[in-house]
Design a protein. Structure first.
Length: 108
């Protein structure tokens, strides 16, 4: 394992930071940091953020070396929820289910 955080775009087990997504994933040793990265929109849980969060959780769920997931956000607001004009049927539940399915403690 490396001594510091990795920012290479490879699987989260080795270290990853997916910079183009609305959700950033960074792995340092046995800790993964998942960051909501849409501060200009209040990190709202729009379709893009929801899909990215579910994908990241799916990757992390496969990582047996992981000991902690830290869920955080860039900006002043953690998340302002779903956009008002968006039909959120099932989307928030899908994200919550993906986070709950992790076999690792999640610190928010």
């Amino acid at each position: 394992m490396s001594s510091g955080p990795s920012t290479r775009q490879i699987t989260p087990k080795k270290g990853a930071r997916i910079a183009s997504d609305p959700v950033l994933l960074k792995r340092a040793q046995q800790v993964a940091t998942v960051t909501l990265d849409r501060p200009n929109s209040g990190n709202r849980l729009d379709a893009g953020v929801a899909v990215s969060l579910r994908e990241v959780c799916g990757l992390l769920a496969q990582d047996s070396d992981l000991r902690l997931v830290v869920l955080t956000a860039n900006g002043e607001v953690f998340s302002a929820g779903a956009p008002e004009q968006q039909d959120d049927t099932g989307q928030s539940l899908g994200v919550a289910s993906a986070v709950a399915a992790l076999n690792t403690p999640v610190l928010v």
